[in-house]
Design a protein around this ligand. Structure first.
Ligand code: MN
Length: 255
């Protein structure tokens, strides 16, 4: 099995190292990750400057690794560049910080998996739901067991799996649940401050408010100290709103 590993926390992130270490025994692992942190980069790609790849090493781990000057989505494209055949699996993570609900739209971790998905590759985004002093062992253990089955089984097209794992050891995790996205809105207050030269600058800060954490959501699973696996589709067409849209368009054309 050939596995491409990437992330958005950057090539030096401990979560990337934990992931590469967990996957290395399963096959041929190639790591291609941003040279610096790209959290919240979303699905951006680099069009207006050159992309560079720098061969590097993950200390003490015998895997091929590259630091990429681009975004997480660029890493997926570059990580398979020149390879004679596509990877069997692309795994992005392990991110330090949850990617629940609408966070999937901001997340570079999920965007890398989405880019793989758009390229017709099987992909997995993995995050632990803590930012500091993360325990990646529960997530690593799950990925090690899940990845071979996922890579081999038939899968629906255009779907990636978004995995969130409590920052706990395997023994402390209460189970695994297949979930849907919840809603976790950020108040995203822009705080206005002043720089030393008297000019204003702005900084996002804000608390997450859980708008939908009902049973069956990714948020509820994490609250129950369970692993959440959400199938995410790139087709975000609102099929239930097509009649409404058609009526509106027809009225516009009649007016
Ligand atoms: Mn990140």
């Amino acid at each position: 099995m050939r596995i491409l590993v990437t992330n958005d926390d950057g090539i030096a992130a401990p979560g990337l190292r934990a992931l590469a270490e967990a996957l290395a025994p399963l096959g041929e692992v190639v790591v291609c990750a941003p040279e610096r942190e790209q959290s919240c980069a979303g699905h951006a790609i680099t069009l207006h400057k050159p992309l560079r790849l720098k061969p590097t090493e993950l200390e003490g781990l015998a895997v091929e690794a590259y630091a990429c000057s681009g975004t997480p989505a660029d890493c997926v494209a570059l990580g398979r560049y020149g390879e004679p055949r596509p990877p069997d699996l692309v795994v992005s993570g392990i991110n330090a910080g949850a990617n629940l609900g609408e966070e999937v739209y901001y997340s570079g971790t999920v965007a890398a998996a989405m880019e793989a998905c758009l390229q017709g590759l099987r992909s997995l985004a993995v995050s632990v739901t803590a930012y500091h002093d993360c325990d990646f062992s529960g997530a690593a253990d799950f990925v090690r067991r899940f990845a071979p089955l996922y890579a081999e089984a038939a899968a629906p097209e255009g779907v990636l799996l978004n995995v969130n794992v409590p920052s706990l050891s395997p023994a402390e995790i209460a189970g695994v649940q297949t979930t849907r996205l919840g809603r976790r809105a950020y108040s995203n207050v822009l705080e206005r401050r002043q720089d030393p030269r008297g000019r204003p600058y702005f900084w996002y800060h804000g608390e997450a408010t859980e708008l939908d954490s009902a049973d069956g959501t990714d948020i509820a699973a994490i609250q129950a100290q369970m692993i959440s696996v959400t199938p995410v589709r790139f087709d975000v067409t609102a099929y239930d709103a097509t009649d409404y849209t058609s009526r509106l368009v027809a009225r516009t054309m009649d007016a």
